[in-house]
Design a protein around this ligand. Structure first.
Ligand SMILES: C[S@@+](CC[C@H](N)C(=O)[O-])C[C@H]1O[C@@H](n2cnc3c(N)ncnc32)[C@H](O)[C@@H]1O
Length: 246
């Protein structure tokens, strides 16, 4: 009988993690790109569920923009939009006068579309830059790091690790949103409704909020704002953290 060593087990886990990330990337380069590009647009070519997700997601983006404006002086601040999708947050943030925004996404198709939209909106690459990158490869220091609706692809422990990683890149503020674990969401997930349309090719993870807050606290951040944005097919817990310790 082959025996499983601890090292073998952890390398097996790393292989599985990498395979899952490739699956997510493949999805967001192809059918996922087409689907989410339509959701994050004004296209009429969306079904009821997708329209609903669009509305819920817009609430999350609007909350973030309002909070950032309340903090004032966008022009002197640097932002990192990690997992930027087609630029639903970065573009309006640039239009509001943000100093500099580094936006990135695992999917090259998403980054290309975000960049196309920014060009069409006349936003200068010097103010808003894009790169294809996974969250794990990001580095640098920014006034504010934001990561919206990406943790759906991360199980609890990996999401907490990612919160610590993103927090280490944030000088003052960290803003994240994720699908919170609730019994209702567990049920919806069970019946496969978290992803719109017939293609549910990636796994969707709901996260326990206390773990996310604990991970941020370990990195020196405390929650200052929280919202739960809901529409029947969209549930997203949004938390803004502020650095309270080095
Ligand atoms: C639901 S969309 C949200 C996009 C954007 N944050 C927004 O709120 O408009 C999720 C995005 O996360 C990206 N993504 C998934 N896993 C990622 C990873 N490991 N690193 C970077 N981006 C990732 C996907 O390519 C996709 O664009």
């Amino acid at each position: 009988m082959p025996s499983t060593t601890a090292a073998g087990h952890s390398s097996q886990k790393a292989v599985e993690k990498q395979a899952e990330k490739q699956e997510v990337k493949g999805y967001f380069e192809t059918t996922g790109f087409e689907r989410w590009n339509r959701i994050y647009s004004e296209s009429e070519d969306v079904n009821k569920v997708q329209r609903n997700i669009r509305l819920g997601h817009q609430k999350t983006v609007d909350n973030v923009l309002a909070w950032l404006q309340e903090q004032g002086d966008l022009a002197s601040r640097s932002f990192c939009d990690a997992g930027c999708g087609v630029g639903s947050l970065s573009l309006p943030l640039a239009r509001l006068g943000a100093g500099s925004i580094a936006a990135s996404d695992l999917s090259e198709a998403m980054v290309a579309e975000a960049s196309r939209r920014a060009g069409e909106a006349g936003i200068a690459p010097g103010q808003l830059s894009f790169q294809a990158s996974d969250l794990e490869s990001l580095s640098g220091r920014y006034d504010t790091v934001i990561c919206l609706d990406v943790f759906i692809h991360y199980p609890q422990a990996a999401a907490e690790e990612m919160v610590r990683h993103l927090a280490a890149m944030a000088e003052k503020h960290l803003i994240v949103s994720f699908a919170p674990y609730t019994p209702l969401l567990a049920l919806l997930k069970g019946i496969g409704q978290l992803f719109p349309g017939p293609s549910k090719t990636t796994r969707a993870y709901t996260l326990r909020e206390e773990g996310i807050v604990r991970a941020a606290a370990e990195a020196g951040f405390s929650p200052v704002r929280r919202n739960l944005n809901q529409a029947p097919f969209y549930f997203s817990r949004l938390i803004a953290f502020e650095r309270t310790a080095c």
